[in-house]
Design a protein around this ligand. Sequence first.
Ligand code: GDP
Ligand code: MG
Length: 293
Amino acid sequence: MRAGFITVVGRPNVGKSTLVNRLVGQKVAIVTPKPQTTRNRILAIKNTPDAQLVFFDTPGIHKPHYEMDRAMLETAVATLKRVDVVLLLIDIEKPFGRGDEHVLELIKKIESPIVLGINKIDARNKREILPVIENYRHRHDFIDIVPFSALTGDNIDRLETVLVEHLPESEPLYPQETLTDLPERFFIAEMVREKILRLTHQEVPHSTAVVIDKWEETPTLTRIEASILVERESQKAILVGKAGAMIKKVGSAARQDAEKFLNTKIYLGLHVKVRPDWRNNKRTLSELNTETL
Ligand code: GDP
Ligand code: MG
């Protein structure tokens, strides 16, 4: 069993998000920022029977800077003790230029092994790949160079194999079922539950679970949709309150906490659902992250 952290770096639009989506699979709603910490953030977790790959995004990476953001790299360098492999992505469609030279200059500071990923090979003739590999091979001592297409999936298996090869032998770092940045969702769900406990004075809470259904980020707002599962209609009536007064109170209080926690503006949509037997329903339980029960 191998497990470890992989930081994905590269200039904007080289395909980092596309790649991580591809590696982790369609179903994963990725990305939850941790603006209140200086740590790198977890993008997504890929579990295979014999490996766990934990991908980090790097701050500043989505900003449309021409050159790889220095702050991003500094964070990467600062967290290298926790990073096992750095995956530097380039875009084969873009001719090699000053920006790329600058990136190569910056990565000299990185002590972790660096894999070079050459993305978007679907957009170029196969003959154009070798000269790009040669160019980079002479400019830096990469532990591996893998051309692939994040869009079509071409050679993605090879990339995954290479990344796993360079991870240390280890038990999984996160529960095997974890696909995304669970802790943040967990905390938001807990905040909602806490408000229910407080505001409904224990009439409802013990048969309540909170499930985060949707988590969407824009630069100015994080939209979170959550379901509150209760077992009976009568509990739903209490939780919703007269003309929705109770659920509004719960939502508003939870949102204020969540905004402090995530340090961003939040839209929090709460939906109360009656699931008579949710505690015994395997499917419902597997849809919940068990920590929120
Ligand atoms: P990021 O800024 O590095 O995260 O890049 P994105 O993943 O957002 O991708 C930027 C653009 O490149 C998008 O329009 C993608 O559809 C496109 N793209 C990503 N991977 C590939 C690929 O393998 N082939 C092609 N042709 N386009 C790709
Ligand atoms: Mg991206």
